[in-house]
Design a protein around this ligand. Sequence first.
Ligand code: SF4
Ligand code: SF4
Length: 416
Amino acid sequence: MTLQRSIEEINKKIEDGEANIYTAEEFKKLIKEQNAPSFEEVDVVTCGTCGVMSGTAAILNFIVSPPGEFIRAEKVYFNGVPAFAGPCPNEWLGEVDVILHGTTHSIDDENYGGGFLLKEIMEGKSVDVVVESVDGKTIENTITIDDINRAQIVGSRMAFKNYTAFTNPGKAPVSSIFAAIPLEGNFSGLTFSGCGDINPLQNDIPHNVINEGKRVLLNGACGYILGDGTRSNAEKPNLMISADLTKMNPYYFGGFKTSQGGEIFNTVAIPIPVLSEKIYNNLLITDEDVKLPVADIKGRHLPLCETNYHELWKDYDLRPKYDENKCSSCDDCIVERVCPTNAFSKGIDLSRCFGCGMCANFCRHDAFDMNTGDVNLEIDKREVNVPIICRQSDRLRANKLALELKKMIKNQEFKL
Ligand code: SF4
Ligand code: SF4
C-alpha cells in the first residue's frame, strides 16, 4: 500500500495542535450529512466497540498467606469462581498465580462468574479466596486489588467483525448465550451483537493499520494487539488484545448474564491513522453497508436471511428511562432476573446499564420507557416484523471510549 503521509507527520501535527481527529461516530455523522471531511482534512479516526467477548481471561498473581504455610496451590476459588492454579508453582512462597476465565461460573450461582468477579476486583471490592494446596491444606483469605501484584487481561477473541443475529423460528423456547432468558418461538424476538460502522475492524478492511503490536485502549487502559484472535479469518476477523487490569476503568467492563450462565463484556478503542486515500476510503463505510446474517437461534449454520446495522440501530434509545411511579413492586421482579449486568435492583444504576433493552421488553407494568427497536425480515418470501429484545453490544460505551482515546491523542497522552 502506498502511503501518502507518515505516522511521524501526523504525530508532528498532534504536537503542534493542528491534527484533525474525529471519533468514528463524529465522522460517520458528517458522512450521513453529506459533509464528510476530505482525505486532506482528517488525520486520525478513533473507532470503538463494546460487547460480549467470551474469550477473555485474566492472569493474576497475589499473596494469600505468609511464606511456608503450604507447598503450592492445586485449586483456587474467588467468591466461588474456580480459577486454574499456575502456570508458576511459587513453592512455599504463600503466593499464587492463576488464570481465571471470564466465562467460568461460580460453583454456587451460575449467573455469577468471571466477568462480574473481575469487575468487582477492578472496583476495589473485597473478594473471598479459597486455596486448596497439594499438601492437603485449605487457606482462606480476603483480598482486594491492593493484594494483587500483577493482573493482566488477555482477550483471545475481541472486537469481532461480522456477527450473526438470532431469532427463533421454532415453537419451543431455546436457551442460549445470546439472551438472558430463553428465546421464545415464532419469531417473537431478535438478539444481536456488533456496533456496526464504528467498529474498528469494520473501518480497516483488510487490516491495513490494525495489526500486531498496535497500541489500543482496552477498558480504558493502554494495551496492545497481540495478533489475530483465535477464530479470526479473512471474512470474520477478530483480535487478541492484552492490557493491565489494574489500570482499567470498571465502567467499560463486566459480567453479562445469559440463559446459559454468566458471560463477559469489554470495550475496545483503536485509532486509525489516515495514512493513505485507501485507508480513508475504508472509513467511509456506514451502517447501511454493514450486513448481518440472521440465523436460527439453534446455530449459525442455519441462516434465515440478512439485515444491516442501520436497520438494527436506527431510532434506538441507548438507555431506558425508569419511572418508579409505574413500578408495581412485584414480588418476583422479572427485570432483576433478566437484566444482564445487574443494573436494576428496585431502581436503575445507569453506570451499570448496558442499554440491552431487556427491562423495557419484559417489565410487566411498563415501568421503562425505551424504544428498543424492531426489524423487518424477509424469510421464505414472507415479511416478518421481529422486535429486538436484547442487544449484546453497547454503542454508548464504545463511543465514550473512542472519545476518551481522541482526547488522549490530542493531549499527547497516547502515542500513535
Ligand atoms: S417487573 Fe417491572 S413493575 Fe414489576 S417490580 Fe420489576 S420493574 Fe417494577
Ligand atoms: S437496558 Fe435495562 S435490562 Fe438492559 S442493562 Fe440496562 S437496566 Fe438492565
